[in-house]
Design a protein around this ligand. Sequence first.
Ligand SMILES: Cc1cc2nc3c(=O)[nH]c(=O)nc-3n(C[C@H](O)[C@H](O)[C@H](O)COP(=O)(O)OP(=O)(O)OC[C@H]3O[C@@H](n4cnc5c(N)ncnc54)[C@H](O)[C@@H]3O)c2cc1C
Length: 433
Amino acid sequence: MPIDKPQFSVAIIGGGVAGMTLTIALAKRGIDVRIYEQAPQFTEIGAGIAFSPNAKQAMEQCDPLVHEAYLRVATSSGSPDKINTWYDFVDSYTGSEQWLFDVTRDAPADGCHRAHFLEEMIKLVPEGVAQFNKHLDKIMENGRSNPLTLNFSDGTTAEADIVIGSDGIKSSVRGILFGQDAPEAKPTYTHRYAYRGLLNMDNAIKALGKDLATNRTMHMGQDGHVLTFPVAHGKILNVVAFRYDTDEWTDARLVVPTTKESAKQDFKDWGAKVRALLDLLEDKLDKWAIFDLGDHPLPTYAKGRVAVIGDAAHATGPHHGAGAGICIEDSAILAELLHTAWNRLEEQSTKVAKTETLEKVLEVFDAVRRERTQWLVQSSRDSVELYEWRDRLCKRDPAKLKEQILWRNHKIWRVDIRDMVAEANRKLEEQIV
Ligand SMILES: Cc1cc2nc3c(=O)[nH]c(=O)nc-3n(C[C@H](O)[C@H](O)[C@H](O)COP(=O)(O)OP(=O)(O)OC[C@H]3O[C@@H](n4cnc5c(N)ncnc54)[C@H](O)[C@@H]3O)c2cc1C
């Protein structure tokens, strides 16, 4: 028996980059979508974020307005001849800040302040679509052809025909799919932690000199690296200082308070410029444990009408600067698949067809996304070994390091997202004829 419109409803759990971009992409396609976020509002941490060419294509594919929102806040290197430079790699360990090599793109390399991008994206989420203070606890199935029921911690419920968990590295939805105690539900400590800061650019120039401060720089060294790039149209320098750690991470929190002294102690053997840079950090800071899903990659991103995307599906270390970008790829592809399903169900809308079609959408999503996203997780682990001179084959050899860094990044950057979408749609069309 035909059913009333709308064709189906989508519930998105978690309003980070993945959930926000998917929400905007679906809303722009006229699909009935709600996003449930556990926090009282959309929030971002005070830190920078960089986006690679694939991420920008994916933004465009989600909706051109997402890409425009990013371009309004994007900041490239300060020197005109370095606009396409992803990073200048320098030796900051032996004290010389000696330039070793650069890695450039075919297009501008840029980043932004996370909060500035978020402010722009919030403007694209239609009124009434987002609900806050909604921590998802459970998803209940009430018969194959009926909507799923979502249970939130505040005792309220909601219904949706399909549920997408974009609830980050500690995902509740992943726990629901695999069991809270399953290895897949638990991220692994990658034996790296990071100090992060946003510095006034004038002060950073005094510490590093104009060239190093205003251009994107990867300060390499033994068992650590410090990356810097300008944000806020060059007024602020984003700093992330990573350290290799032989210990286990025993705190249940992934972010713990620490002090500048701890950061200075960790880099006490490094060159004067990096030490001067770290001296500009706030006295009280946070230390970020870098976890990923690399030890227990998920065997599937979807079961029935429930799926995970973004960090919930494939949380990665940040060493390609591509974790959020690949989340946006997920959003672009899933939005297009759901749009195809929406149009198809408009012609042929029965309860059975709806459930089967939504299951096929998620099966195809899983099939087209798992390999690339899980490769990124492993490659991020390999890349940090390169930056920190721990790779046994490359050691400190600039030519070998560059070769490794280059092919890995080309695999991330040199893709055509429209082709990925077309391929995914082709697979779906084959399944739902
Ligand atoms: C140090 C560092 C630097 C990085 N730099 C970059 C970079 O330069 N470029 C890049 O592309 N990537 C970078 N990344 C990776 C990037 O930040 C992440 O991949 C990305 O932010 C993940 O987005 P997400 O939406 O999947 O998850 P999140 O941003 O974690 O969002 C999850 C959301 O879900 C909500 N939530 C959680 N549980 C529930 C629940 N049960 N119910 C309801 N809501 C829930 C949370 O409150 C949160 O809002 C970096 C990561 C780190 C750690």
